[in-house]
Design a protein around this ligand. Structure first.
Ligand SMILES: NC(=O)c1ccc[n+]([C@@H]2O[C@H](COP(=O)([O-])OP(=O)(O)OC[C@H]3O[C@@H](n4cnc5c(N)ncnc54)[C@H](OP(=O)(O)O)[C@@H]3O)[C@@H](O)[C@H]2O)c1
Length: 261
């Protein structure tokens, strides 16, 4: 194992993709600052990782749907030699736009957009003020590369926001010769607890969180901007760009409807 005296901040570390980032970055020698609401899950992960890796692991329970808690997370991270940010916490919801619950959608926007936006800004400012060569990975989705997703309309829109923000902020970083790399991870279906929260079944076969994160870590440290794990999903994204947007949206809607199972 490489020994790295640096920290990775990982949001949404209590489950799925975030938990897998914790495992793989600890294996690379990164100490960790783990964030999610479920403290007992974070503690369990900490206990598991401490057995295998000689790294420092700190847990910070926080509800990122509250802006104040996003600010708190950024302040705590700035006290540590953080070099990697996995801006991952997020959730989905399924259903026709007139039928889905507004309160759940507002929560989805608070976590997928507002919290990711705040943490991107604060951590980028922190890295640049300190002259740190850092990496920020915004966990978006392949949904964010498509022009729209009927029956998961709000979710697709939040992920498109993060893809757009990543592209623009990264271009600004390049203009001022920033030492920070900003990327977006855009997976297709990954087998996690996402579906239970979103109340869906995948219409396409999912990849494991392990496979998704292994690819993401490799591409992140190579500085890739848009990271799409799995050949099938990369091919799907290329094909969708060839179709007119209205057709892509109709196809996405058909796939989403199948999720009702
Ligand atoms: N699974 C997929 O197919 C897939 C595909 C593309 C993109 N993604 C994206 O990948 C990211 C991770 O999702 P996942 O698949 O790993 O799902 P997951 O297993 O449900 O994990 C979601 C994580 O987000 C955290 N989270 C949710 N709301 C939060 C809040 N208010 N405050 C703090 N943390 C919160 C959860 O922690 P607590 O509940 O403990 O707070 C959990 O750790 C999300 O951004 C998702 O949109 C997933």
């Amino acid at each position: 194992m490489e020994r790295v005296k640096e920290y990775a901040l990982i949001t949404g570390a209590s489950s799925g993709i975030g938990r897998e980032f914790a495992r793989q970055l600890a294996a690379k020698g990164y100490s960790l600052l783990l964030v999610a609401r479920r403290a007992e899950r974070l503690q369990k992960l900490k206990d598991e990782l401490k057995k295998d890796y000689p790294v420092d692991i700190r847990i910070l329970p926080a509800d990122l749907s509250f802006r104040a808690e996003c600010g708190l997370v950024a302040r705590e991270a700035a006290k540590l030699p953080v070099r990697v940010v996995i801006n991952n916490a997020g959730l989905g919801d399924f259903g026709g736009f007139t039928e889905t619950e507004l309160s759940k959608e507002m929560q989805l926007i608070d976590v997928n957009v507002t919290a990711q936006h705040i943490l991107l800004k604060k951590m980028l400012q922190f890295f640049e003020e300190k002259g740190i060569q850092g990496y920020i990975l915004n966990v978006a989705s392949s949904a964010g590369l498509l022009p729209g997703g009927p029956y998961m309309a709000a979710y697709y829109a939040t992920k498109a926001y993060m893809v757009s923000l990543t592209r623009a902020v990264r271009s600004e970083c390049r203009d001022r010769k920033s030492r920070v790399t900003v990327s977006a991870l855009c997976p297709g279906p990954v087998d996690t607890e996402f579906n239970d929260v979103a109340r869906v079944k995948f219409s396409l076969k999912g990849i494991s969180a392990e496979e998704c994160v292994r690819y993401a870590v490799k591409k992140l440290f190579k500085g890739k901007m848009i990271i799409v794990p799995s050949f099938t999903m990369r091919a799907g994204v290329v094909l969708s760009k060839l179709a007119p947007p209205s057709l892509s949206v109709r196809i996405a809607g058909k796939q989403q409807k199948k999720k009702l199972g």
